[in-house]
Design a protein around this ligand. Structure first.
Ligand code: 13P
Length: 205
C-alpha cells in the first residue's frame, strides 16, 4: 500500500489528539498532502480508531479515488490548500475551549489576544473567526479562503478550529497551541490580562 509512513503518522497523531480529549466521538478530521493528491480521514470515523488502510485517498482535484468515503469537510480543506499553497496538512477539531470561545465571538472584535509567545509563533497574533455554517457546507469556502490568507488558523463559530501546517506535525502542534490558548483566554476572561505588546508580537512574527 502507498504512503504507509504517512498513513501511520495520521493514525498515530489523530489517536494522540483523541486520547488527550482534543476530539471526541466522530468529530474532527485531518488531511495530508501526498504525491498526486491527499490522504483524508473518512467521514464518520473517530480520530481515536482509524485504520491506516481505510484512509480516504483524493486526487489533486479532491476527487475520491480509494479508501473509505472521505470527510464531508472537503470544501473547507480544499479552500485552505488553495489559499495557502505551502500547506502540507490540515487539522480540524471541535476541541472544547476553542468551541466555547467561538460561542462568545462578537463579529469585528478579536477573539484571542496575543497572550503567549508560542501562540503568536505557531498560530499568529490574530486568529480570524468565520461565522457559523452547517458542518460540511460548501457555502463556507469564500469565508475560509479569506481567513486562511490571514494566517494558518481559522476559528469556526459554534464549531471548532481548522489549522494548517507545512507538515502534519506542524498542524497538530499549532492546533494544540490554539486550544490551550483558548483555554487561557477563557480562564482570564473578566480580568484584565496584560498581553504581549506590538513590538513583542512583531519580534515573534
Ligand atoms: P466528518 O466525519 O465527515 O469528517 O465530519 C466530522 C466533523 O468534524 C464535521 O465538522
Amino acid at each position: 500500500m502507498d504512503n504507509m509512513d504517512t498513513r501511520d503518522q495520521v493514525v498515530a497523531l489523530a489517536g494522540s489528539l483523541f486520547d488527550r480529549g482534543y476530539s471526541v466521538g466522530s468529530a474532527g478530521n485531518i488531511s495530508v498532502r501526498i504525491p498526486g493528491g491527499y490522504l483524508m480521514t473518512p467521514t464518520n470515523s473517530s480520530l481515536g480508531r482509524l485504520d491506516p488502510a481505510r484512509l480516504s485517498v483524493l486526487d489533486e482535484d479532491f476527487v475520491h479515488t480509494a479508501g473509505d468515503p472521505p470527510s464531508k469537510e472537503i470544501p473547507m480543506h480544499k479552500a485552505v490548500y488553495e489559499a495557502r499553497p505551502d500547506t502540507g496538512a490540515l487539522v480540524h477539531l471541535h476541541s472544547t475551549h476553542v468551541t466555547a470561545l467561538s460561542c462568545l465571538w462578537v463579529p469585528g472584535e478579536p477573539l484571542i489576544p496575543p497572550l503567549t509567545p508560542y501562540f503568536v509563533m505557531r498560530v499568529g497574533a490574530d486568529v480570524p473567526v468565520v461565522p457559523y455554517f452547517r458542518p460540511g457546507s460548501a457555502d463556507v469556502v469564500d469565508e475560509i479562503r479569506d481567513a486562511a490568507r490571514r494566517g494558518p488558523a481559522v476559528i469556526l463559530a459554534h464549531h471548532g478550529s481548522l489549522v494548517a501546517g507545512s507538515s502534519l506535525v506542524a498542524a497538530v502542534n499549532a492546533a494544540e497551541e490554539l486550544e490551550v490558548t483558548a483555554q487561557l483566554a477563557l480562564l482570564l476572561r473578566g480580568s484584565q490580562p496584560r498581553t504581549l505588546d506590538a513590538e513583542q508580537v512583531a519580534e515573534l512574527l
